[in-house]
Design a binder for this molecule. Structure first.
Ligand SMILES: [Zn+2]
Length: 295
């Protein structure tokens, strides 16, 4: 009996020790790890893909790298000020060749190179996802450099009948792992797109389009201050913002452009809806999406 009691006490103490940050300080002791999805077309000051966004080819590409890096670092600062304990920054634009360890925030971890896993290395250890430099979906009104994954290959994507782009699909992917998307930095159209999915999300509208290739831009310093403010606020409001959950089986429907169909090899068991549209079905968003492509 005595030894049994001792074993029980030992197990209890061990369990308490393992749970110490939670038992001692409640939620405050918990790790708050944030995943930042970055892109370039939604960065303040960017309006021309050829001039600014093609790595090492565009005449103003080096400037774009600096604009993006500064926005990322402002977001990292805001997240840390709002209570984040870890920030992972994924370089998501054009084959992940844009950010450098030389000038990324010293407290952030950079995820670069290809391939990363089809689900962006996300898992349930993350508390939040944010977007920085994000553009709106193909066809969106007054949306600077809008496209859905590929302006050359994809016309439209629907998930269970809802039109989505990177914003929608990755918000749903995050929801699969119970992670809320809490903030986006980009133009007015990209902000509206996230707000339509996650009503409580914070948005830093760093620019506002008047067409697909023109718009009003905040001065760089003002954009950085706005991003810092919104990320801090989003982090402080984390508990109020819920993950986007899809229930039941999921259908991903993809309409390719005429150019996109040239490179598309249909797989077995995938339904062809019309000459440019395909439907991919699965038991959940990840299952259905992976039948089509990576996120
Ligand atoms: Zn991009």
């Amino acid at each position: 009996m005595q030894s049994k009691t001792r074993v029980c006490v030992t197990i209890f103490v061990a369990a308490l020790t393992a749970l110490w940050p939670w038992t001692a300080t409640g939620q405050e002791g918990r790790q708050k790890k944030v995943f930042m999805i970055t892109d370039m077309e939604g960065v303040d000051g960017i309006f021309d893909s050829e001039l600014q966004c093609v790595p090492y080819k565009s005449p103003r590409y080096a400037e774009s790298q600096k604009l993006l890096t500064d926005e990322v670092n402002a977001a990292v600062e805001g997240l840390l000020a709002g209570g984040a304990t870890d920030v992972v920054v994924w370089d998501g634009h054009d084959s992940s060749r844009n950010l450098s360890v030389l000038d990324i925030h010293p407290k952030a971890l950079l995820l670069v190179g290809e391939p990363v896993s089809p689900t962006l290395e996300l898992d349930r250890s993350y508390s939040a996802v944010i977007f920085v430099g994000q553009h709106a979906m193909a066809g969106a009104d007054k949306a600077i450099l809008s496209h859905s994954y590929s302006s050359e290959g994809i016309q439209n994507i629907w998930v269970n009948g809802k039109l989505v782009s990177e914003i929608g699909a990755r918000t749903m992917l995050s929801g699969f792992f119970d992670i809320p998307v809490i903030m986006l930095a980009g133009d007015t159209a990209a902000c509206a797109e996230l707000r339509a999915l996650v009503s409580g999300a914070e948005c830093a509208e760093v620019k506002s389009g008047v067409s697909r290739t023109a718009g009003f831009m905040l001065p760089h310093a003002a954009a950085l201050a706005l991003i810092r403010e919104k990320t801090e606020r989003a982090m402080k409001r984390l508990a109020e913002i819920k993950p986007y959950k899809l229930s039941g089986p999921v259908e991903v429907k993809v309409e390719l452009t005429p150019h996109g169909t040239e490179n598309f090899v249909p797989r077995e068991g995938v339904e062809q809806v019309n000459d440019r549209t395909w439907a991919f079905r699965g038991k959940d968003i990840v299952d259905a999406w992976l039948k089509y492509s990576s996120f």
